[in-house]
Design a protein around this ligand. Structure first.
Ligand code: NAG
Length: 323
């Protein structure tokens, strides 16, 4: 309890006489309307020792806004199997063990997750795993014609580990495949889902990616009267309630700091920013409420952006560009 919240304390006292039941005897209850933080959210998605200290009111409200694309299993029920990811496993019909691949990703992903924590959340730990070769970002679905540059640099790189690149692609495709299970139809396109921000969490060093779908909704005088520049031109994304679901969070498994073991499996979840929820209220800055944008910097140090583009013309050919 903050020393200043005298009113809150009085309220707490009055509550404790009227409700004999389950008010926890903790300072949490002193504030009737506590504010959630990005750090609360990451804690809740971590192991029990991390989630326990979170104010139970906040925890309940945050959980009510979480739409898991892969069942949340905070207790460590399995351990990493150090399996390899084969390209064939990426292709939807033959893709198996998808939940497992989120809970316990292949070895190269686990290594990166551990490096992130061991480095104390230093983005350079990620940069060192990139192949120095730069690849120009091609015109995507006519983007250059409209003078649109989709990435923060006009060239990208790739991870040295092909498995890591494949895993990034797997994440994008799984979001598209599973989106409908939480009522979210999302497409890999330059107007909708094509990027995520890879960060190292400030609290724990945990590796994560905040994906942003519905990136460029079409200009519309009634529902979305905002000019977002060249990249918005030609958009086929309609601004509607599905904007609430545009922030998607992947978290890598969390390694134990002092042993070789793991304390939390990976997570893939849509953060529902509907205006009645606590995510909208507390995690989305006022000036971007309309776009429902959660900022990656709120979760940690951003190391790179991960982009996926269809570089094929007749047949689809998706490629990862790390920028
Ligand atoms: C928009 O275009 C992309 C790329 O052609 C396509 O995959 C997607 O389904 C389209 N979205 C809508 C809502 O029509």
């Amino acid at each position: 309890m903050k020393p200043s919240s005298v009113f809150g304390f009085a309220l707490f006292l009055s509550f404790s006489v009227t409700s004999s039941s389950s008010f926890p005897p903790t300072p949490f209850s002193s504030n009737p309307n506590p504010k959630a933080t990005p750090s609360n959210l990451l804690s809740l998605l971590g192991p029990t020792p991390h989630s326990k200290p979170v104010n139970p009111v906040i925890a309940r409200k945050l959980f009510s806004c979480l739409k898991f694309l892969v069942p949340f299993s905070p207790t460590v029920t399995a351990s990493p199997r150090y399996r390899k990811l084969f390209r064939t496993e990426l292709i939807a019909p033959s893709r198996r063990h998808e939940n497992d691949m989120i809970w316990w990703p292949p070895e190269s992903v686990l290594e990166l997750a551990r490096l992130a924590v061991d480095s104390g959340g230093d983005p350079a730990a990620v940069h060192r795993l990139l192949d120095p070769t730069v690849i120009p970002v091609p015109s995507v679905e006519g983007s250059n014609k409209n003078r649109c540059q989709l990435t923060r640099t006009p060239y990208g790189r790739r991870f040295i580990s092909e498995e890591l690149n494949m895993y990034m692609q797997f994440l994008f495709e799984l979001i598209v495949d599973r989106g409908p299970s939480v009522g979210f139809d999302v497409a890999l396109s330059r107007f909708d889902l094509f990027h995520g921000h890879l960060f190292l969490s400030r609290d724990s060093g945990r590796l994560g990616i905040l994906f942003h779908a519905r990136e460029y909704p079409a200009y519309n005088k009634q529902v979305f009267p905002y000019n977002m520049g060249y990249c918005q031109i030609g958009s086929n994304v309609t601004y509607d309630d599905s904007m609430n679901l545009r922030n998607i969070l992947w978290l890598a498994p969390l390694p134990d700091r002092s042993t070789k073991s793991w304390v939390a499996p990976g997570v893939l979840v849509v953060l529902d920013a509907n205006p009645n929820g606590i995510i909208y209220r507390d995690l989305i800055p006022d000036y971007v409420k309309i776009a429902r944008t959660i900022y990656e910097d709120d979760f940690g140090e951003v190391a790179v952006d991960v982009n996926i583009f269809n570089v094929g013309s007749l047949s689809r050919n998706y490629q990862i560009f790390i920028c």
